[in-house]
Design a protein around this ligand. Structure first.
Ligand code: ZN
Length: 314
């Protein structure tokens, strides 16, 4: 039987980051302003290494390039997904991502970015920015150039366990206090709409207004279409949170025991709560691993919540 591939995450420090990745998830990472834990990543800005076993020490990129059999022989020059835990102590900039066609044409052949968020924790009455209120491209341009942010930006209420799909062209921002697990296309192409006039070392971070106006969807889709569900927690099997053309994401609530067959090219698995075992191997909150192609039957035991993802099969 193929072995589980445990990954060492990589971390980023950001002006908006906090300390919950160390204090709540127990990661050994110093300092404050720890914004992101890249749990499953094979990107030039962060490449996880395999923690142990036959492939120990290899980066996920090396594994993807040299051992495609572990991923069901999928095509593509890079591992398709990027999975992060994001701790927003203060709010992130308001941003938007291009789709594949725009990124290919304007960003040196990079992928676009579709992403989704599972809310791990947030304050009571938390909100996120999803979409905007402009009705036409002209109104969008006027509101941005006039700095009419309160009129433009649309906020939606969220709670722990909510799941949101962020299509390319959707204006979005994570607000302070929200802790999320993000599953996304393996891309880092982000256009900043507004950064609340914050400065870093006396400088404002650059905005990308022209590209934002190119890619923002007008009018925005209704907010209800982004907030997919408050995920059920009491089921006895994996729950599909979303299946889109880029990924398929599952919630796995394990209460005692759960059996699931690995029938996908690979499964990227992150433990978001609790502890237990997978086929006898210990798992705990904050662990990230890949269950390779052909692994077979997965027997989970313990009290855990996991998020798993794979490419969409179509
Ligand atoms: Zn984003």
């Amino acid at each position: 039987m193929r072995e589980l591939i445990r990954l060492n995450p990589v971390f980023t420090h950001n002006i908006w980051g906090g300390t919950r990745l160390r204090e709540v998830f127990g990661y050994d990472v110093r300092g404050s302003g720890i914004g992101e834990c890249w749990g499953v990543a094979a990107h030039e800005k962060g490449d996880c290494t395999v923690a142990s076993g036959r492939f120990g020490g290899l980066s996920l990129s090396q594994l993807w390039n040299g051992h495609r059999e572990l991923f069901g022989g999928l095509c593509g020059s890079r591992f398709p997904l990027l999975i992060k835990i994001i701790d927003a102590k203060s709010r992130l900039s308001i941003q938007v991502h291009p789709d594949d066609a725009y990124a290919a044409a304007h960003e040196n052949g990079a992928s676009g970015k579709t992403e989704c968020w599972y809310i791990l924790d947030c304050p009571k009455d938390a909100r996120l920015v999803i979409g905007h209120r402009a009705q036409t491209a002209e109104e969008l341009s006027d509101m941005i150039s006039g700095g009419r942010w309160d009129e433009l930006i649309r906020e939606v209420p969220v709670k722990k366990g909510d799941f949101l799909q962020i299509e390319p062209g959707t204006v979005h921002a994570i607000m302070g206090g929200v802790l999320i697990l993000e599953t996304q296309q393996n891309s880092d192409v982000t256009y900043r709409v507004y950064d609340y006039d914050r400065t870093v070392n006396g400088q404002k971070r650059p905005l990308h207004i022209a590209k934002c106006l190119d890619v923002i969807t007008v009018p925005a889709a209704p907010a209800e279409e982004s907030v997919i569900c408050a995920a059920p927690k009491d089921g006895d099997g994996p729950v599909t949170l979303i299946a889109c053309s880029h990924y398929r994401v599952f919630l796995l609530p394990v209460h005692g025991y759960m059996c699931w067959e690995q029938t996908y090219p690979f499964l990227a698995v992150s433990v978001t709560e609790g502890s237990g075992t997978l086929n006898g191997e210990p798992l705990k909150k904050g662990d990230h691993l890949i269950v390779p192609f052909g692994y077979g039957r997965m027997e989970f035991a313990g009290e855990m919540e996991l998020i798993a993802s794979t490419v969409n099969g179509d």
